[in-house]
Structure formats: structure tokens, C-alpha cells
Design a protein. Structure first.
Lengths: 741, 178
């Protein structure tokens, strides 16, 4: 067997694991991930171009072929390609680890090159079989069932967005009616359907996705001038958007609790046929659906909105019963479903749908920031008025009462303004459910994700930036934490592994905890690897937590993670950097054989910090409370020196260097002429600690962080500035720098 | 001289805000001036060049303030109560907008100047440095030096450096004797 330089193998393994991340987000009918996956294949080809065993080179070639087919064909992933890629990923992982250990490589699956699909049970269950777009005739209506429990937040978002998209589509179509050649409008309708399709695909609303896909193709053809927009075509598209609107409407109802959990069926098969016929350039058949509607049961013609009455429930149940038999013609279902919404195709009933969309206002965040700034200024102006000596000398009851009123209103206003930025972490958490499901299925592990505290609110900027680190950590938990079912049972654990993702308030911030009951981190192996990689001296004595923290070091390679020798390590340095960028911290707890816990402590918001206001000379500085361990006034003899310089103080039994802030900053008028007159604030960043000697502790204050701007962007002494209660600017010290000075 | 002036493709015609620094009179394009505020309490920023006076709170935005007298190495003195901060807006090459303040002794007036009344700066052969000077005008009765405000400020826009690790140790500031 050929020996590859270890670095290439490590790189290949790295690509393999990044491949998995991309793959987890690939959706049928979407092109998300297509380019990255293509480049992974090309990287692998470059990396392993010489002297690789045949199965490996063949498998890479096969993978490239699939991607090329996708590029040449629809430009989006099909179910089949995704399945193949999943198989490929599994196979390639096995091949790499066999290669690494010098074992014979698994055989190249013949079916890949011949274009057939090997049925792999786990994969097959997670990806429903053949691609619908190629199926010429559909005999059965698809029902969609909402996962209201897990996806409520996403569905809500989807619902709001869809109502807007569909309204835009409808308006666009009306423009097209007058001006069929307007390419701008065609484009915007095309994009709207595309967006809709993507969102529906993400939520696995297959029926919606299929219809939107066909409509999108139709508009794409129009866009490329393959077909001409005519009134019948506009009618079809309108009918299509109405059907989608109908679905959206039902989703909205279920979100409000009506008929929750019932399958939603809207007749679309005939519509899809018409769309496809139009796409082939055939004259679209006359719209037929309205006919059967009028026919049998005359009971419910009212809008279903407020209705929870028996007949409707019956009707839905009937719809449920009717679906399974394959030969059931579309029309008969249409009849049953009609009760849910009496106007399935022809439409000009936007009023009813419109009032569902209100309730949210999309807002430019910079406007929000400006508002919050102004409110902050108002609060300062308010306190300046109240504290003004002239005002205070006035003995007017009415004035005092008015001022109290003003104070109350401004502080209420401030609280409200601040809360505008806060969003629940739910949406970010729920996306992980999908990730766990996909990775678990693909690695043949049984994993469940338990969410807790999703309603905890965080600054939306933090929630957005938290997504990446969460994906990494959850992925690692499934990948390297949770064992294969057989191993779990052998170790006396249930086969089903559990990952708990929770959020809670703690220490004035938010604690996000990722807890798995997997195999835990192996400190000995991590240390051995840290030494091997030159990250620690061979004779270093590290505490357990110091060892765990090695996995956050850049260069703690991922090579062995896949061969199961060690714990985690995929991009953990990036995770740590991201979290520290949010002024947060990560801590690891782990028990070998029992599982690991990653604690992420984050500030509530990026805009506000809790700070200690300290005085040095005539200047005031803010030290973020999150970095402060303790503060005390040193007693004589507590501060000792080495070489008459290098002052240090004993903090909980550990000698900690002392930085005399006034002296260091060159402040004039330092009041504490001896150490004992000052106060030592012990700050920490990572594992480093330092005592900061200041003149006085002025107070604790919540401050709104402001950027210092371009001028000071290259310095690292200050993390920002804040406007203090009296309107002056206070500077926020960057503790990360101070502890290293 | 006029040849020199025309080689500069950027027209200098426009309105200028003039102000005084010591006994001298200067001007900057009005287009860059956002507002003029009274001299207020400035929070000093430690370990910065002397002409960077610190930062102020301009209605919720923190902006850096430069002392133009210190910048041009004029004689330093106390500010009178006529002293102001001129807030200028700098348009970065990447389209960013950045506000900075400049302390001046007194604001004079706004004058309209055209290219033919603006002379290029005389060459002193090194000192004083004329790189920040757009030109000189005498059309208003006295000599006014027109400053290239963007050059002055953009120069200072990233003057700061980060502190290297262990710098306190090197300079013995870490707990040096009393």
C-alpha cells in the first residue's frame, strides 16, 4: 500500500470532516453547498493525485462526476445525488481511517460508477426516495404535516415571509398581465418562488416545495425567453400561487392552534401537470378543479378561520383516511379538502390573508441602534436636569412630581428600547435538531437532542454569531462524543445517546450548555497529542482543565479525531475565537466514559456590559465585570516584590502579578501613593490573572458600549468607550491585553 | 505658479470655514464641516501622541479630538473661552464616514474662494512641512492657510498601535518600586 505523507492524510481527513458539515445543510432542489462540495472534491484530487490506491482515486472521480452532472443538469441537488454523497462520505471516512491504520481499503462500490444507488438503510430512511420532478404523472396528493412542537419558530418565520412573498408574486403577476415582456418583474417573481422553495425545502414541506419548484421552472423558462408569458400562463401561475397561499394560510391557522397537527392537503397534482404542460409549450388545459368543489357536501362555506366545529374536523380526518390508497384520484381528495378552504384556486381574497401578516415590522438594525443611542442620551439628559443644582434648589412640589414622572418614563423607555434587540435563542437551537438528525443518521448513531430554555432571550447579534460555533460543537458532540449504539450498550448505557442543549441566565449573562452522555474526553490522549504537536512541553504539569483547553489551541490537529483515538478538535480554535469575539467564555467539564459538558458563558447583549467603574488620578475607567474575579484593599505586606520590581500579590494562594494602572498609563495625580491606599482588582482572561491597582472603586454600572472609531482601531489597550451618567466618556479597558502586559 | 496650480486637477473653488490657531489664520472646506461645538470636557486617552487630546461624547457617538496646535507644533497655551471643537466628517476611500473633532482657538467666518485666488503653498525646503497644506490665500485681506483636512485626519485615523505582550515587563512598569 502506498504511504502518503501524514500531512496529506491529515488534510484529507480535515476536508472529509468539513465535507460533512456542508453535506448536513444540503437540501434537495437547492444549490446550497454545491460549490463548497465541488471544491472539496477538487482539493482532494489535487491532494491525492499521485500514488493513491485505486479505490480512493476512483471514488473521488465518481464524486466529481456526480457534481458535474448536477452542474450540467438542474444546478441543484437531487435526492439521489445527496444520497450518493452521503454514501460517499461514509465510505471515504472508512477508507481514510483504514488507510491511516494501514489496513486494506474497503472496495470501491461498483454501483457508484454505473450510476445505480446502493440501498443503505439509514440513509434511505432520512431521504425519501425518487425525485419528484422527473415523475411524469402524479396520482396522489401529498399531505404535509407540520412539526409544530419542534419547528414552531421556523414555521412562524416561514409563514410571515411566505405571505409577503406571495403578495409580491401576485402583484408582479398583475403587472405582467399588462406588460407580459417585463423581464424585471419576471425575474422578481422567479426569485420569489425560488426563495419560497428554499424555505419550504428547509422545513421539509415537500408538497409546497414541489409546486414552487415547478412554478420556478416555468418562470425560468420565461426568463430565458423559452416560453412567452400569455394570459393562460399567468392564470396557471396565479393558480399556483393561490395554492401556495392556501397552504400558507393553513399553516398560519395551525400555528394559532387551529387543527394543530392535522395533515394539510391542497390539491396541487393537476396544477403541477398544467405547469409542466405549459413548460413543454403545450396549451394548458382549462382549469378543472372548481367543478368537483361545488358537488357533494354543502355544509361548510364559511372561512375556516374561527371554525373548530365538528364537521371540519371530520373533513380533515376524512382527508387523512383517503390519502393512503394509491389509486385515489386527485379530485376526490380535492372534495374533502375543500372544506378547509372554500376557495382553492380562483382568488382575490387577500384581505383575509393580509391581516395574518401584520404583527411584525422588519427594521434596519442601524435604525434600531440609533434609537437606542438616542434613548441613552435622553436618560443622561434627564439625569442632568434632575441633578442640576439650580433645579434642586427649587422647592416646588409640582416640579418634583413632574421630574419623578419624567424619570419613570425615561427608564421605562430605556428598558423597552433595550428589549427590542433581544430575541429568544429558540430559532438557533431548533436548527440544531436537524443537524443532529442528519449527522446521527449518516453515522449510524442513535442520538436525540433535548432542548431546554429556548425562550431565553439574547441580543440578536449574539444569536446570529452563535450559530457557527453551535454547529461545530453539536457536530463534534455527535461525531466524537456519542458512541455507536453497540458500544453504548456494551458500556451499560442506553443505545440512544442524548445531547442536551440548554440556555439559562447565570452570572449576569447567559449560559449555553452542550452536554452529551458520550464517551467523554480522554485527558491522557489529549495531553499526549498536545506534546506531540508541540503545544505543551513534554514535562509540563497541567491540570485537567488546562489539558481540556488544549483542544482549543490552533494546531491541535483533527487528524486523529476521525480514527477515534482522541476526543474533539474540529475547528475548536475557531469556536473559541468566535465566542471570545462575543466577549464570552467556554469551559469544558468531562468525565471519561460518562460524557462531556461545554459551558458557553455569554453576555446578554453586545451593546451593554456590566462594568466596574474605577478611578485613577482624575480619570475613570471601566473594567468589564465578567472578567473581574475579586477586588480588595491590600494590607501592608501583602504586595511583595521580586528584584524590587515585579510586584505580586497572593490571590487565593496563587502569586499574581500586580499592574499599577496609574503608573502604567502615565496618569497624573495618582492618589494612591502606596499600594495600601489603592484597591487591587483581580482580573482574569483565559487562564491568566493579574491584579490591577487603582485609586478607588467608584461603582458598578451598566454601560452601553460605543466604538472608539477608526482613530483607535489599532490599539488594544481599550475595548471601547461608554457614556457615563454625567455625559462624559469613560474608557473600557481591554482585560485580554492587561493580563498579558 | 499658475501652472502649478492648474496641474492639480482637483478644483479648490468653494466655501471655506476659517479659524485661528494662535496668531495665524487657517481655512478648511466647509463641505467637511459637520458642526461646531463648544469646548467640552475631553476624556484623555492614555498612551497616545500628544496631539490626540482624547474622546468626547457627541450625542451618543464617541469621537476622537485632535489638538491642531499640537499637531502643527505651535506654541502651546491654555484655551480661551472662544475655543471650539470643529467636528469634521472624513470620507474614507472605502466610502466610510468617520467623524473627528479638531480644537481651534476661535472660529472666524465662512468665505467663498476660487481657484485663481488660491496660491500653492510656498516651499520652505523641509520645515515647516507643507504636506497638509492645500494652498494659501490672501484674497480676504489677511493671509490664510488652507488645510487639506482629509490628509491631516486620515493620517491620524489609524495612528495608534497595539501594545505588545509583556511590554509592561520590559519597561518595568509592572509593579515598579514606589
Amino acid at each position: 500500500m502506498t504511504n502518503l505523507p501524514p500531512s496529506s492524510l491529515a488534510q484529507a481527513i480535515d476536508i472529509h470532516s468539513r465535507f460533512a458539515v456542508e453535506l448536513a445543510f444540503v437540501v434537495p432542489g437547492e444549490k446550497t453547498g454545491l460549490l463548497p462540495i465541488n471544491s472539496f472534491f477538487m482539493d482532494l484530487e489535487d491532494l491525492l493525485n499521485k500514488d493513491v490506491p485505486e479505490p480512493v482515486s476512483k471514488s473521488i472521480a465518481a464524486g466529481r462526476d456526480w457534481i458535474n452532472e448536477t452542474f450540467d443538469g438542474p444546478g441543484t441537488f437531487s435526492e439521489k445525488t445527496i444520497k450518493l454523497l452521503n454514501e460517499w462520505h461514509g465510505w471515504f471516512g472508512e477508507a481514510l481511517s483504514a488507510w491511516d491504520q494501514g489496513k486494506p481499503l474497503p472496495a470501491h462500490p461498483e454501483a457508484w460508477t454505473s450510476g445505480e444507488v446502493i440501498p443503505v438503510a439509514e440513509v434511505a430512511t432520512s431521504t425519501p426516495a425518487p425525485e419528484v420532478a422527473e415523475e411524469p404523472v402524479i396520482t396522489q396528493e401529498k399531505a404535509i404535516v407540520l412539526n409544530l412542537k419542534d419547528d414552531a419558530e421556523l414555521l412562524n418565520e416561514f409563514h410571515g415571509e411566505s405571505v409577503e412573498l406571495l403578495q409580491n408574486i401576485e402583484q408582479g403577476l398583475l403587472v405582467l398581465e399588462d406588460n407580459p415582456g417585463d423581464s424585471g418583474t419576471i425575474n422578481s417573481i422567479f426569485r420569489a418562488f425560488h426563495t419560497f422553495k428554499g424555505a419550504a425545502g428547509f422545513l421539509r414541506l415537500l408538497a409546497l416545495q414541489d409546486l414552487a419548484h415547478d412554478l420556478e421552472s416555468l418562470l425560468d423558462a420565461a426568463r430565458q425567453s423559452k416560453i412567452r408569458i400569455t394570459t393562460p400562463i399567468i392564470d396557471i401561475i396565479l393558480a399556483g400561487s393561490d395554492a401556495l397561499k392556501n397552504y400558507t394560510f393553513q399553516i398560519g391557522l395551525q400555528l394559532k392552534g387551529t387543527n394543530a397537527g392535522k395533515p394539510i392537503v391542497v390539491p396541487t397534482s393537476e396544477l403541477i401537470l398544467r405547469v409542466r404542460a405549459a413548460l413543454r409549450g403545450e396549451l394548458p388545459p382549462e382549469p378543472t378543479p372548481p367543478q368537483p368543489i361545488a358537488a357533494p357536501e354543502p355544509t361548510s362555506v364559511e372561512p375556516p378561520k374561527k371554525e373548530t366545529s365538528a364537521p371540519q374536523v371530520q373533513a380533515t380526518e376524512k382527508a387523512l383516511e383517503v390519502i393512503p390508497p394509491k389509486e385515489t384520484p386527485a379530485t376526490s381528495i380535492a372534495v374533502n379538502v375543500t372544506h378547509l378552504n372554500p376557495t382553492p384556486t380562483t382568488s382575490k381574497e387577500p384581505t383575509e390573508i393580509k391581516d395574518q401578516s401584520s404583527g411584525f415590522v422588519k427594521l434596519d438594525t442601524s435604525k434600531l441602534d440609533a434609537l437606542i443611542d438616542l434613548v441613552g442620551e435622553l436618560v443622561i439628559a434627564q439625569s442632568m436636569v434632575v441633578q442640576d443644582p439650580d433645579v434642586q434648589s427649587l422647592e416646588s412640589r409640582t416640579l418634583a412630581r413632574s421630574l419623578r414622572q419624567l424619570s419613570r418614563t425615561t427608564s421605562e423607555l430605556q428598558r423597552n428600547a433595550m428589549s427590542l434587540r433581544m430575541v429568544p435563542v429558540r430559532a438557533a437551537f431548533q436548527k440544531m435538531t436537524r443537524l443532529v438528525r442528519d449527522i446521527g443518521a449518516h453515522q449510524k448513531k442513535q442520538v436525540q437532542l433535548v432542548l431546554d430554555g429556548e425562550e431565553t432571550e439574547l441580543d440578536r447579534n449574539i444569536v446570529e454569531k452563535l450559530a457557527d460555533p453551535l454547529v461545530h460543537m453539536i457536530r463534534n458532540a455527535v461525531d466524537h462524543g456519542i458512541e455507536a449504539p453497540a458500544d453504548r450498550i456494551a458500556n451499560g448505557k442506553p443505545a440512544l445517546g442524548t445531547i442536551k442543549l440548554s440556555a439559562s441566565h447565570q452570572r449576569g449573562g447567559i449560559l449555553i450548555r452542550i452536554q452529551d452522555d458520550g464517551k467523554g474526553l480522554n485527558a491522557d490522549k489529549i495531553l499526549a497529542k498536545g506534546i506531540e504537536r508541540g503545544l505543551v512541553a513534554p514535562n509540563a504539569e497541567l491540570t485537567e482543565s488546562e489539558i481540556y483547553n488544549l483542544i482549543f489551541m490552533p494546531g491541535f490537529s483533527t487528524a486523529e479525531t476521525i480514527t477515534d483515538l482522541s476526543g474533539r478538535g474540529v475547528g475548536m480554535d475557531v469556536v473559541k475565537r468566535n465566542i471570545e469575539g462575543l466577549r464570552g467564555k467556554v469551559e469544558i467539564q468531562s468525565v471519561l466514559g460518562k460524557g462531556s459538558t461545554f459551558n458557553i458563558l455569554l453576555p446578554l447583549t453586545l451593546a451593554i456590559i456590566d462594568g466596574l467603574l474605577v478611578g485613577v488620578g482624575n480619570d475613570r475607567y471601566i473594567i468589564p465585570t465578567i472578567s473581574v474575579r475579586e477586588s480588595f484593599r491590600p494590607k501592608p505586606g501583602m504586595v511583595t516584590t521580586i528584584h524590587e520590581r515585579g510586584a505580586m500579590v497572593s490571590v487565593r494562594g496563587k502569586q499574581t502579578p500586580v499592574l499599577r494602572l496609574g503608573q502604567f498609563l502615565g496618569t497624573t495625580g495618582v492618589k494612591a501613593t502606596t499600594d495600601e491606599e489603592g484597591i487591587i482588582i483581580v482580573v482574569e482572561s483565559g487562564d491568566a490573572m493579574r491584579g490591577i491597582l487603582v485609586d478607588e472603586l467608584i461603582g458598578k454600572q451598566e454601560v452601553v458600549i460605543k466604538s472608539l472609531g477608526e482613530t483607535f482601531k489599532d490599539q488594544n489597550l481599550l475595548a471601547g468607550a461608554a457614556v457615563l451618567g454625567d455625559g462624559a466618556v469613560g474608557l473600557i479597558l481591554d482585560v485580554d491585553t492587561l493580563v498579558k502586559l | 505658479m499658475s501652472i502649478l496650480a492648474t496641474t492639480d486637477t482637483k478644483t479648490k473653488t468653494g466655501r471655506y470655514l476659517t479659524f485661528s490657531l494662535g496668531h495665524e489664520s487657517y481655512g478648511i472646506p466647509v463641505l467637511n464641516v459637520r458642526e461646531i461645538i463648544r469646548l467640552c470636557a475631553i476624556t484623555p486617552v492614555p498612551r497616545m501622541p500628544t496631539h490626540i487630546k482624547g474622546v468626547i461624547n457627541l450625542r451618543g457617538t464617541v469621537i476622537a479630538v485632535l489638538d491642531l496646535r499640537a499637531k502643527f507644533q505651535l506654541s502651546v497655551g491654555d484655551y480661551s473661552d472662544r475655543a471650539c471643537i470643529i467636528v469634521v466628517q472624513l470620507n474614507g476611500p472605502d466610502g466610510s464616514k468617520n467623524l473627528m473633532g479638531a480644537i481651534v482657538d476661535a472660529v472666524e467666518e465662512v468665505v467663498q474662494l476660487s481657484d485663481d485666488t488660491i496660491e500653492p503653498p510656498p516651499d520652505f525646503g523641509g520645515s515647516p512641512d507643507t504636506q497638509y497644506i492645500m494652498g494659501v490665500t490672501t484674497s480676504t485681506g489677511s493671509v490664510k492657510t488652507l488645510l487639506d483636512i482629509e490628509k491631516i485626519f486620515l493620517d491620524d485615523a489609524s495612528i495608534t498601535r497595539s501594545l505588545p505582550e509583556g511590554s509592561a515587563r520590559d519597561t518595568n512598569l509592572l509593579g515598579q518600586g514606589k
